[in-house]
Every structure is written in structure tokens, then in C-alpha cells.
Design a protein around this ligand. Structure first.
Ligand code: NAD
Ligand code: TYD
Length: 341
């Protein structure tokens, strides 16, 4: 069996790879990643020397690189590669359209050309837009993306679904809520808040901080992804979430109390433009059809995540300083994105 992963040097993709290689050490796993600012080889040290694992630096928009990298009759492609941060998409959306939309189409084309057996497309609950109070996003709810990031992910979903509908290509899709856990780049809320709190620096709270997000531990998410890859019905979409939508302020207060830090670190800043108020996913379908349920309770998962960031200050410092990017450039001659100031 050969599995081809895109974007496996990022937060979720690297967790998927570490788990998959541990579970199926005899299978071939190829990680194809452009190594943007968000791709970090430190995330894969655990598997880097494993005989079944290999890494190829490449861009999913480049069909020739994909042709050279995807094995003929590849058993599965798991497509994580994306620009993933909403704030960056507000600052500049072009790279989001390029990678998330064009890149997905190029990958779908080459995947079919190589007679890939199954394509798992990783998407987000953000394609449904903001939910009203007490409303839960279902697989058959309408698309209503609001940010440039979400719009590019919705477009990518349409292309993946079109490949299934038009060509009978075996595509399965997942939409996950906000993931948290180790190895998350400290631009997203939780790793940013943890690392700032550990240094007694202010934690930026966008607007009133009452925006609601549903948190799922990245390890639980990756178990769900493996279940969908192995048992999901072709052409179907599955929602994955923690079943616990929480206001940002409550999450941050809990985080500060675990760390024994004062709430005065919470610092209101101007709100994100077009900020979606509430995300909440309904995961009944994956629970009923594939028997998945999140195993890591949020408070426990948050404590473990905080502990990981405390124990791995070297990883955090390298990620924040961009030092790992020099390593990439040195090792692979990659073209590197600068973080948005
Ligand atoms: P991430 O930003 O941590 O990692 C993205 C990875 O993709 C990086 O390794 C990057 O180098 C790679 N990449 C970017 N552009 C590429 C290109 N053109 N070609 C090849 N590789 C490229 O993202 P993440 O948080 O791990 O998210 C992974 C996937 O899950 C994304 O598709 C994202 O939209 C989706 N998702 C994420 C979350 C979340 O909470 N993080 C929630 C729902 C869905
Ligand atoms: P984020 O981690 O960027 O994920 P997403 O926007 O995809 O949900 O943000 C999570 C929530 O936290 C979102 O409501 C925006 C808010 N937020 C802050 O209040 N302060 C911050 O510094 C960041 C990065 C996010």
C-alpha cells in the first residue's frame, strides 16, 4: 500500500503521518510539501529516518512535480496542503486561491492520471460560515463562506466533488472544526496564547472575545481522518468536531488558570474584519456511520497541549524566530514566505 500525503509538514498533516507510520510501519508513505512558513521538518523528526517514509519538496500547483512524485495506482492521496490562516487571507488572498483552489485542481488531475484509488480531501467547517445560536452545521447545510480563506476552501471542495461526480473519481471529504494540540504554528489562537502567557506577554483578544469555536484535539481528528479514508462512502462528506462550542474568552481564561497566570494578560485588540461569530459542527454522521467519537476531553487536551509547549520551548522558539526556515532553505533550497507582520 502506498499513501501520498500533501502538506504533511504542517500541523495536522504531520500528526497524521506520525500516527499512520506508527500504525502501518510496512506501508510506503510519501510526504509532498512545499515547505512554506507553515511547513516545519521539526514536526517529523520522529519518522524522518523510518524506511517507509519519504519526503519530497514540491508545490501542488506544479503538475510535473506531482507526476514525478505520485506512484502509478497510488492507493490513497490525503490532501492537507493549503494556506490555512484566516488573518493572512484577509491581508492577501492570492496565495490562498493559488494553492487552495488551483493547487487542488492540479492535484486532482494528476491523481486521476496516475489512477489513484482514493482521494481524501481535507476541508473545514468554515465553508459553512457563521452559525446562529443553537444552530449546528450539517453535511447537507448550505455553503456560506465568509473569509477569503473559507471561500478558497469552499471552491476546493466544489472541485473535489466535481471530480467525483463527473469522472466517478473516488473522493471522500472531511470538514473539521478548530484543531488544537502539539506542533501547531504559533500564529493560531491557542499556541499563540500559550506561548505569550508563558512569557507573561499580552494575549490579543479580537473584539469582545465572545466568538465561538468548536475545538477538537488533532489526534482525535487524525483518527477520524483514517476512519474516513478506510471506510467512508465515496463522494460523501463527514464532519469532525469536539461537540463543545466555546467562546474564545472562556477558552483563554481556562488556559490562564491552568498556567496560573493573571487574566490581566487578556488584551482586547481591534476585531478581525468580517469575523465569523460562531462555528459549531454536527458530527452525528461520522459517529453513526463510522463509530468515531472524540476521546480527548477539552480540558484534559488543553492541559496536555500546554504541557507540550512548556516542554518544547526549543520547538516554539525555532518556529517563532523562523530559524527552521533557514534550515529548509539550506537543506532544500525552498522558496520561503515571509510571515505577515
Ligand atoms: P498548516 O498551515 O499547519 O500546514 C499547511 C501545510 O501545507 C504546510 O506544511 C505547507 O508547507 C504546505 N503547503 C502550503 N502550500 C503548499 C503548496 N502549494 N504545495 C505543497 N504544500 C503546500 O495547516 P494545518 O493546520 O495543518 O491544516 C491542514 C489542512 O486542514 C488544511 O487544508 C486546512 O485548511 C485544514 N483545516 C485545518 C484546521 C485547523 O484548525 N488547523 C481546521 C479545519 C481544516
Ligand atoms: P484562529 O486560531 O485564527 O482560527 P479560526 O479563525 O480559523 O477559527 O482563531 C480562533 C479564534 O480566536 C477566532 O475567533 C479568532 C480569535 N483570535 C483572537 O482572538 N486572537 C488571536 O490572536 C488569534 C490568532 C485569534
Amino acid at each position: 500500500m502506498a499513501v501520498f500525503v500533501t502538506g504533511g509538514a504542517g500541523f495536522i498533516g504531520s500528526q497524521f503521518i506520525r500516527d499512520w507510520v506508527a500504525r502501518y510501519p510496512e506501508q510506503t508513505l510519501i510526504n509532498f510539501d512545499k515547505l512554506t512558513y507553515a511547513g516545519n521538518p521539526d514536526n517529523l523528526i520522529e519518522v524522518a529516518d523510518h524506511p517507509s517514509y519519504s519526503f519530497i519538496q514540491g508545490d501542488i500547483c506544479d503538475a510535473d512535480s506531482l507526476r514525478a512524485a505520485i506512484p502509478e495506482q497510488c492507493d490513497a492521496i490525503v490532501h492537507f496542503a493549503a494556506e490555512s490562516h484566516v488573518d493572512r487571507s484577509i491581508h492577501s488572498a492570492s496565495e490562498f486561491v493559488r494553492t487552495n483552489v488551483l493547487g487542488t485542481q492540479v492535484l486532482l488531475d494528476v491523481a486521476r492520471e496516475r489512477k489513484t484509488r482514493r482521494f481524501l480531501h481535507i476541508s473545514t467547517d468554515e465553508v459553512g460560515g457563521s452559525m446562529a445560536d443553537d444552530e449546528y452545521y450539517r453535511e447537507d447545510s448550505p455553503y456560506a463562506p465568509s473569509s477569503p480563506y473559507a471561500a478558497s476552501k469552499a471552491a476546493a471542495e466544489h472541485l473535489a466533488r466535481a471530480a467525483h461526480h463527473t469522472f466517478g473519481f473516488d473522493v471522500v471529504l472531511t470538514r473539521t472544526s478548530n484543531n488544537y494540540g502539539p506542533f501547531q504554528f504559533p500564529e493560531k489562537l491557542l499556541p499563540l496564547a500559550i506561548s505569550n502567557a508563558l512569557e507573561d506577554r499580552p494575549i490579543p483578544v479580537y473584539g469582545d472575545g465572545l466568538q465561538v469555536r468548536d475545538w477538537v484535539h488533532v489526534a482525535d481528528n487524525c483518527k477520524a481522518l483514517a476512519l474516513v479514508l478506510e471506510g467512508g462512502n465515496s463522494g460523501e462528506t463527514y464532519h469532525i468536531g469536539g461537540r463543545l462550542p466555546l467562546p474564545n474568552r472562556d477558552v483563554l481564561r481556562l488556559l490562564l488558570s491552568v498556567l496560573g497566570k493573571p487574566e490581566t494578560l487578556l488584551t482586547q485588540v481591534t476585531d478581525r474584519l468580517g469575523h465569523d461569530r460562531r462555528y459549531a459542527v454536527d458530527c452525528t454522521k461520522i459517529e453513526r456511520e463510522l463509530g468515531w467519537t472524540p476521546e480527548i476531553a477539552f480540558e484534559d487536551g488543553l492541559k496536555r497541549t500546554i504541557q507540550w509547549y512548556q516542554d518544547n520551548s526549543a520547538w516554539v522558539n525555532r518556529a517563532k524566530s523562523g530559524e527552521y526556515r533557514n534550515y529548509y532553505q539550506h537543506q532544500y533550497g525552498g522558496d520561503i514566505h515571509e510571515p505577515v507582520p
